[in-house]
Design a protein. Sequence first.
Length: 256
Amino acid sequence: MHTCYFGFSLSDHQRSRGSWYTFTGNQIGVLLASHILESLKQPCPKKGYVVLSTTVSSSMLEKMARAYGVEFRETLTGFKWMGNLAKQLEDDGYIVPFAYEEALGYMFPQICYDKDGITAASIFLLAEAQWRAQGLTPLEKLQKLFERFGHHETLNSYVVSPDPDTTAKLFRKIREGPWGKGKTFGKFKILRWRDLTVGYDSDTPNNVPELPTDPNTHMITLWLEKDVKFTLRASGTEPKVKCNVFHPFNLNWQIY
């Protein structure tokens, strides 16, 4: 099983004057997805196509899938969640051609149910050859996707936590604080509040989250006005508290 990550930089002389531009994990994900979605056999020979990504990945994949008549599913972070859901969907008669998470992990269930950098690199080379035949660099292809689906900006950061008790205290203070649906977070009104630790979602029937909950982990997500999504979570593998912020908007996006 291939479990390596995939990331790269490229030199684009036309748009960045020979400097190196490093693609983010989300940008590589939507570039790979665009090639796969454009290559799908239609109509689907089974129940339908489904693509997956994690709750801390860009929402751009969902918009792209909708445009191609493909179903989108969200999972928790980690390939065990995407791999298990892909296998379940396949057993139910669906085809899952692609899944990814923003931390440079890409899965192709027809090859394996885990992150697979070798297959990702191979498919990207095939896609790049097709874009080159159309007169596009990968950066120019990404710009065309932004023009169609909106520019999706992300900010990923973290703080180091000295111990699990400090992390738990931080999240307890947040839950006890003056925040919730209808309140404000900084200058932004909170439109939706989801806490996968206590099992609460302000916008679902009976306020029960659609994603699995776990009282032993911490993950709080806020949907804010102006289409901002903010997630604060404890890392499951490192002594860190991670922050993921997403904001799609319309912009004539170019790099010079």
